[in-house]
Design a protein around this ligand. Structure first.
Ligand code: KG4
Ligand code: ZN
Length: 337
């Protein structure tokens, strides 16, 4: 590798997938993910199983990422790792591996916040958003609106008071008997149905969100209908999914519109696992056209957890020589802004 190229290995192990990616001068050259299918039978991520699987997967995943990039470990200039937020045991595997690798190679370690990385996924491909922009980050763990003022300057202006948008999809899916994670399943079934059931939109002040009321409303609705017709869910699953998705998307979009009005910012982006949702992607594109927004959506493969988003974040931190100490420890509740 030529001397002047910045070459970074990035690791992401905050939840149930082990990711490794190599970035050379801002270009992603490999992005490998080892998914953990073991959790689907439990209807959610089992932390102890997740950390054990990370231990099994981390070395082969990193090895594959390096091989795909055509690199040897000696070519690396830095190792980046997500230190939080996430599951303690899962984070511990990635952080310990990254510290050991950086120390053995005698190269800098870079600490990355998982949330910031989801937003930074928007900088992998052109066109990239201009600062300041609004980012709606929607994942299985978090739902928030931020003003992104610079690569390292993110101000959170609204967040969920209870469930995250991804949890709203996953928990609703569970009560409808769908497999975990239910977000992509609800998305797929929604395309076959119509949003004919009207679930309530919660009245939450400011730019904050709440999804627990919606989940309860859906539970009571299916309980009532199933009493009248035991096959109600099976016979109407597509329309139920379309209605659930429609409401989750409208809750997100109404807050995003309010945030744009309040801040005057019209550069608008979405990020995180739920930004893979076709309903949300269409809504932001269409609303953007109506309201004169410039909208940014990550490429599909950079929406759900991945290490490429960690790599691009690390590239900018490396330029600032923003390195971590080798005594870095996981931060399960690490928040941005
Ligand atoms: O960002 P992510 O991979 O992990 C966390 O940081 O939490 O997000 C995972 C979440 C899950 O709740 C999953 O159901 C949801 O993203 N998700 C979707 C879709 N793809 C993933 N939700 C709705 N529609 C999708 N197409
Ligand atoms: Zn995530």
């Amino acid at each position: 590798m030529p001397e002047n190229k910045i070459t970074i290995l990035a690791i992401e192990s905050s939840c149930d997938d082990t990711g490794a990616s190599v970035i050379i001068d801002k270009k992603i050259v490999s992005n490998v993910i080892a998914n953990q299918l073991v959790h689907s039978q439990y209807g959610g991520v089992v932390p102890e199983l997740a950390s054990r699987k990370h231990q099994i997967n981390i070395i082969p995943t990193v090895d594959t990422a390096l091989k795909k990039a055509g690199l040897a470990k000696e070519d690396l200039d830095a190792i980046a790792v997500v230190s939080g937020p996430g599951l303690m045991g899962s984070l511990l595997v990635g952080v310990t591996f990254a510290k050991t690798f950086a120390s053995a190679l005698n190269i800098p370690l870079i600490e990355i916040n998982h949330h910031a990385a989801h937003i930074m996924a928007l900088f992998i491909d052109d066109p990239v958003p201009q600062f300041p922009f609004l980012a709606l980050t929607v994942s299985g763990g978090h739902t928030q609106i931020s003003i992104v003022k610079d690569y390292n300057n993110i101000e959170v202006i609204g967040k969920t008071l209870d469930d995250a948008a991804g949890e709203a999809f996953d928990k609703t899916g569970k009560l409808l008997g769908l497999s975990y994670p239910a977000g992509p399943v609800i998305d797929r079934l929604s395309k076959l149905g119509r949003p004919i059931y009207d679930f309530p939109e919660p009245k939450i002040p400011n730019l904050d969100f709440s999804f627990s009321g919606l989940k309860t409303a859906i539970l009571y609705f299916v309980q009532k209908e199933t009493k009248k017709d035991s096959q109600f869910i099976e016979n109407n699953i597509n329309d139920i999914c379309a209605s659930v998705q429609d409401r989750i998307v409208s809750i997100l979009m109404n807050k995003l519109i309010a945030a744009s009005e309040k801040t005057g910012i019209k550069e608008i982006a979405i990020a995180g696992g739920v930004s893979a949702n076709s309903g949300l992607r269409n809504a932001i594109t269409n609303t953007g056209k109506e309201l004169g927004w410039k909208t940014y959506i990550p490429k599909f493969e950079y929406c759900t957890d991945n290490a490429a988003m960690v790599a691009i974040t690390a590239h900018y931190k490396y330029l600032n020589k923003d390195y971590a100490d080798l005594n870095l420890t996981p931060k399960p509740r690490y928040s941005i802004g």
